[in-house]
Design a protein around this ligand. Structure first.
Ligand code: ADP
Ligand code: ZN
Ligand code: ZN
Length: 747
């Protein structure tokens, strides 16, 4: 029988439209309409033409055909949702409680219809002087927050591409127009060079594999060839040569005629990894990272889909790449939080990679020096194949010294630097070696408070303190972008003892300059790396020894490979140990391990100083001893005692609303629904409370945190059903609910 009916998912991400709608397939389209094809259909009473995707085709509809409308047009070249992804979309919708279209959008290029592969980009520049801009921000931060956000970005970066700004602020064309009308910015057109990464020199270094590298490659080949492929988790210390292993696996998979997706955590890693892969695989690689313009992304997407590009390197979202004949997905630094999406759908790249490898019969390889505790637990239980690489290639481990900062303070040292660190900095300054200093700013930003009454500047829209930016004497909110000038007297008590407390990277930079005048410092943090390509330029300059010291936030801890770095100083890596998050010890351990891994990668011996405030904590001591196993054992015991993953699973429902009572009411109601649904699982724990960050962007935040049995599929499904009830009941309410299974943060 003929398939005359198409079930179409409409490209509007609203829960009330989240189901396939029936349309008649006109005779002349019959051969071209199949699941995944992008179509235009008349929708609603006005019959406005709307885009959609064919979800299924069928012989009949449950509606009388006379009441159905016809498909208006179709496009089955670039923008189809490949049929093999349909089960994955289905799974995402069920597991993440997102809409069909939210999930489908992950698999097709963004704004697919509107972009042509363009040759121009728009560059935005400030035209007004700093004072005018600051005043505008001060008086409009409430009324026009997006405009203010754009201006603030521009104050930190002299000029930016429109796409970069949109990515950071979600500004619309109208935002730019109004800013231009007010004479605050100018916009001009600039030709873009398409191949963004082509300036990166390919690295063609050939090496003789070490035995531990060979072992990993052999096991991977064996699994790749087997029918029942088991995922592989490689725990390889920093500098053990994991990249070489990934490249050899990739080479093998390609030689079998299949493609590879290689996930790396973020842009900071791109230049070096890309250089390595480009050296080996030339132009058969495609790069997907969040900094590509839509046109560039679209170009890469087409190269992948057509099979021209067989190796895809990219951050989280590259896991959706439509490669031909997937052979393997490799996840480097698999422990990274950035593999989890914080927007709907709140997917984890690991989940998607697992599902894809299962449905497309591909091999999953994960690697890290500090594997995710829950993944390591699975590996130990035989769910993954565990492989170890415990030796560094060529050089040994750096000497790691823990320095007790409480003693330093007792002895009257009020600076940011311990005595041993100052001595080593001095040594570096007289040699041709380089150093890296890391400051975990999350717990250490510069806030402003009054010494006399204790008043702290907080954001008007978020319940967080404002951070001082010396450059333009502004206090900024790092969550929403609100900014204001600092007063000369305390707005609370009128005293003049208003002071900057805490230490950010800017402060660190100026303190070093005081100690070692004239020393060349490169600062890398969110403020200095907002523009496209800035990461790459900075790392390149540091690699060329144009700077003595690299100073920065977490981003300098990851994956960098400079053989001239002999000193790594961690200013206060354990300051976040007491955050109300069960992963905080794991994060501290990881930060120290990853950062220490940057020292002594070349022929010269490396030295690491950990300036610690809790030097006895196992996260600090085992990181200093380079002992993952010991950390893992202790952490597992703590998790077991307090019932945290891997011993349970966590669901977090976050309720946000401008009405605090409404958010609270909905949260309590949801907790009640879950309690009833889970009555057969008495080990379920349900907590309702205001979120640790109680207010953000003028919205009040409540959350329900559910800990439930991780071994029971029935419990998982009951809970999913309860969540569905909660979402259905909430459909038209003013409270927004975010559903997060296995959240990476509980703030
Ligand atoms: P990891 O990712 O495990 O931290 P890398 O892959 O960055 O380690 O490797 C560290 C360094 O060792 C790199 O400079 C790399 O080129 C080099 N290397 C890797 N394998 C070998 C080998 N078999 N022989 C010599 N050098 C190697
Ligand atoms: Zn005061
Ligand atoms: Zn704010």
């Amino acid at each position: 029988m003929d398939n005359k009916i198409a079930k179409v998912v409409i490209d509007i991400p609203h829960p009330s439209l989240d189901r396939p709608f029936d349309y008649v397939i006109p005779d002349e389209y019959k051969d071209n309409i199949f699941p995944g094809v992008r179509v235009e259909v008349p929708f609603g009473v006005a019959n406005k033409l709307i885009d959609g995707y064919v979800w299924a085709v069928d012989a009949k509809s449950e509606w009388p055909e006379s009441r159905l409308k016809n498909i208006a047009s179709y496009n089955n070249d670039d923008f189809v949702l490949l049929e093999r992804f349909i089960p994955v979309v289905e799974w995402m919708r069920k597991e993440y409680h997102c809409t069909y279209i939210d999930a489908i959008r992950c698999f097709v290029p963004p704004y697919a219809k509107k972009i042509k592969s363009s040759k121009y980009t728009y560059i935005i520049k400030l035209t007004a002087d700093e004072k005018t801009v600051s005043e505008f921000i001060k008086s409009n931060s409430k009324r026009a927050p997006v405009m203010c956000k754009v201006l603030m970005l521009l104050m930190d970066n002299s000029e930016m591409s429109k796409e970069d700004i949109v990515l950071n602020t979600w500004a619309s064309q109208q935002t730019f127009n109004s800013l231009k009308q007010r004479g605050l910015i100018e916009i001009y057109k600039e030709e873009i060079y398409r191949d963004t990464e082509s300036e990166i020199k390919p690295n063609t270094k050939k090496v003789v594999l070490t035995p531990q590298q060979q072992k990993c490659i052999d096991v991977a080949k064996e699994q790749f060839l087997s029918e029942n492929k088991k995922p592989i988790l490689i725990r390889g210390v920093t500098g053990s040569g994991k990249t070489e292993v990934y490249m050899n696996i990739t080479e093998y998979v390609l030689s079998c005629g299949k493609s590879v997706i290689m996930l790396i955590p973020e842009i900071s890693l791109t230049p070096q990894t890309v250089a390595n892969f480009r050296g080996r695989f030339g132009n058969s690689i495609a790069i997907l990272n969040s900094r590509l313009s839509n046109g560039e992304r679209y170009d890469e997407w087409r190269r992948i889909k057509s099979g021209q590009a067989k190796v895809v390197i990219g951050a989280r979202s590259a896991v959706f790449a439509p490669v031909c004949e997937l052979g393997a997905i490799i996840i480097d630094e698999e422990h990274e939080d950035s593999y989890k999406s914080e927007n709907s759908p709140r997917y984890s790249a690991f989940d998607i990679a697992s599902i894809r490898c299962k449905t497309e019969n591909a091999l999953l390889v994960m690697g890290s020096a500090t594997p995710d505790v829950c993944h390591y637990y699975k590996a130990n239980n035989g769910e993954f194949i565990k492989l170890l690489m415990e030796q560094r290639v060529g050089v040994g481990f750096p000497d790691i010294e823990i320095c007790d900062m409480r003693r330093e303070i007792e002895m009257g040292n009020k600076t940011m630097f311990s005595k041993p660190l100052v001595e080593l900095l001095y040594k570096i300054s007289c040699s041709d070696e380089q150093g890296i200093l890391l400051l975990n700013r999350r717990g250490f930003a510069e806030h402003v408070s009054c010494r006399s009454c204790g008043f702290v500047y907080k954001c008007k829209h978020c319940n967080v303190s404002l951070t001082y930016h010396k450059q333009n004497n502004l206090l900024k909110c790092h969550y929403c972008g609100y900014a204001q000038y600092m007063d000369t007297v305390c707005p609370e008590c009128g005293s003049k003892y208003i002071r900057v407390f805490g230490r950010g990277t800017q402060k660190l930079e100026s303190e070093i300059d005081k100690l070692f005048p004239g020393i060349s410092i490169l600062r890398m943090d969110a403020d200095t790396t907002a523009t496209k390509g800035s990461h790459h330029r900075m790392l390149k300059a540091f690699g060329e020894k144009k700077y003595k010291l690299l100073v920065g936030t977490q981003m300098v801890a990851k994956g960098l490979d400079f053989d001239n770095v002999t000193l790594v100083g961690l200013i206060a890596p354990d300051i976040t140990l007491n955050m109300p998050e069960y992963k905080s010890a794991e994060r501290v351990f990881r930060l120290i391990s990853q950062a220490s891994g940057r020292a002594g990668r070349g022929a010269k011996h490396g030295k690491v100083i950990i300036q610690s405030y809790e030097p006895e904590h196992y996260a600090v001591t085992s990181a200093a001893a380079n002992d993952y196993e010991s950390f893992y054992e202790k952490e597992l015991a703590v998790r077991k005692k307090n019932n945290y993953p891997p011993f349970c699973r966590i669901l977090r429902l976050l309720f946000t609303s401008s009405d605090n009572d409404a958010a609270q009411r909905e949260a309590k109601n949801a907790a009640e629904i879950i309690k009833n649904a889970m009555c057969n699982f008495p080990d379920t724990q349900i907590m309702v409370s205001p979120a640790p960050i109680e207010r953000l962007h003028d919205k009040f935040r409540w959350h329900v945190v559910v800990k439930y049995n991780c071994n029971s599929q029935v419990a998982h499904e009951e809970l999913h059903n309860a969540v569905k009830v909660i979402l259905d009941e909430n459909e038209f309410s003013a409270v927004h609910i975010a559903v997060d299974f296995s959240p990476s943060s509980l703030m």
